[in-house]
Design a protein around this ligand. Structure first.
Ligand code: NDP
Ligand code: X2W
Length: 311
């Protein structure tokens, strides 16, 4: 049995990591006394006892816990947004490329990706790398998240206040905290425009990127590349290629994927062959947070990466 300490076990992400790990055949959770959850000495003791500590904390608290882990030489999987482009950290997106699982397996410090970047990077990285989309293109990314993406504070706002908005666009300062990892790990040569939004539903996420196709490039080629790259991935599927010709088209929704670690990618091409929409659908708390965390823990500890990732 390996031991895992979840620092921040009672938060939105921590609870879901815990719920998954309870069903893990090879991992025992070691928990902090709730009355001591901010006690440094107690954290140190548990970090030393654990094979890996998962940080499910706000950014500032995550920085403090990493300081302790560095002093004690402990392994960390950080779900916060602090270390996603930091030196000395491995990016915890197993499907990033063929080298990434080894990097995660051998790392002392692994950073779980942000929820939105997970979908965008899976869509754009292989296409930019293959030269089907330009690295220096002007990308505009749109996304919608369930309100659990904002943690306990936003959950309370939606579930306890009667007048929470049905839909809201945010990130309107064009400086969302996910921009650095979006740019770095997608292989974009410059900062994209990123416009996230939140809806009055608990879980589920869509990230979508509209692109104009270059000379000699078709939407079918983009679709074929994604299908080839992710063909053997357990958690990534690519829907059949779509040309939506009329108004009777089905909606693309962020629903019906709650608690899963799966990501569904879609490519929609325009009938004139000039435009294309790339879309990723997943659970912001699943592959966007806790599912990915358990997948990463499995890789870090040498287990089958599929163990206990689905709720
Ligand atoms: N929600 C999501 O979809 C995603 C979240 N994340 C990241 O995961 C991390 C956690 O987010 P989320 O679960 O949503 O946040 P929550 O606000 O739901 O939970 C945070 C938890 O951390 C606890 N906490 C705060 N400070 C400390 C501390 N110093 N020591 C121990 N515990 C502490 C809080 O306790 P208390 O309530 O008592 O303050 C709370 O239980 C964040 O960094 C977030 O960016 C990543 C991907 C997706
Ligand atoms: C709806 C909502 O508020 N979403 C969060 C992102 C959730 C996520 O991915 O978390 P990280 O904090 O780990 O990056 C936001 O936009 O800040």
């Amino acid at each position: 049995m390996k031991k895992v300490f979840i620092d921040g076990e009672s938060g939105t992400t921590g609870l879901q990591v815990r719920e998954r790990l309870i069903n893990h055949p090879n991992i025992e959770i070691i928990s902090i006394d709730p009355a001591k959850k901010r006690d440094e000495a107690e954290k140190r003791r548990l970090m030393k006892e654990a094979d890996v500590t998962v940080l499910c904390l706000p950014d500032d608290a995550a920085k403090e816990s990493v300081k302790l882990a560095k002093e004690e030489g402990c392994r960390i999987l950080d779900a916060s947004s602090v270390h996603r482009v930091a030196e000395g950290w491995s990016y915890g997106l197993a499907e990033l490329d063929v080298t990434q699982r080894d990097k995660i397996a051998n790392a002392q410090f692994v950073s779980n990706p942000g929820c939105y970047p997970t979908g965008v990077i899976l869509l754009l990285k292989p296409l930019i790398e293959a030269g089907l989309l330009p690295a220096n293109g002007d990308y505009a990314i749109n996304a919608i998240s369930g309100y659990s993406g904002g943690g306990n504070a936003l959950i309370d706002r939606y579930e306890k206040e009667p007048n929470a908005p049905i839909f809201g666009v945010y990130g309107l300062n064009f400086a969302h905290k996910h921009l650095p990892e979006l740019e770095k790990w997608s292989g974009m040569a410059k900062k994209p425009i990123f416009i996230p939004s939140v809806g009055n539903f608990r879980q589920g996420m869509l990230t979508f990127v509209p692109v104009e196709l270059g000379e000699g490039v078709s939407a079918q080629q983009l679709h074929a590349k994604l299908a080839e790259v992710y063909g053997k991935e357990a958690f990534i599927s690519v829907n059949d290629y779509n040309v939506i010709a009329d108004d009777a088209a089905p909606f693309l929704t962020p629903h019906d994927i709650d608690n899963s670690n799966r990501v569904e990618l879609s490519v929609f091409g325009s009938a004139d062959g000039q435009s294309c929409l790339l879309a990723a659908k997943f659970d912001n708390l699943g592959k966007g947070a806790s599912g990915a965390a358990v997948q990463n823990l499995n890789i870090m500890l040498g287990f089958d990466e599929k163990l206990a990732v689905e709720l």
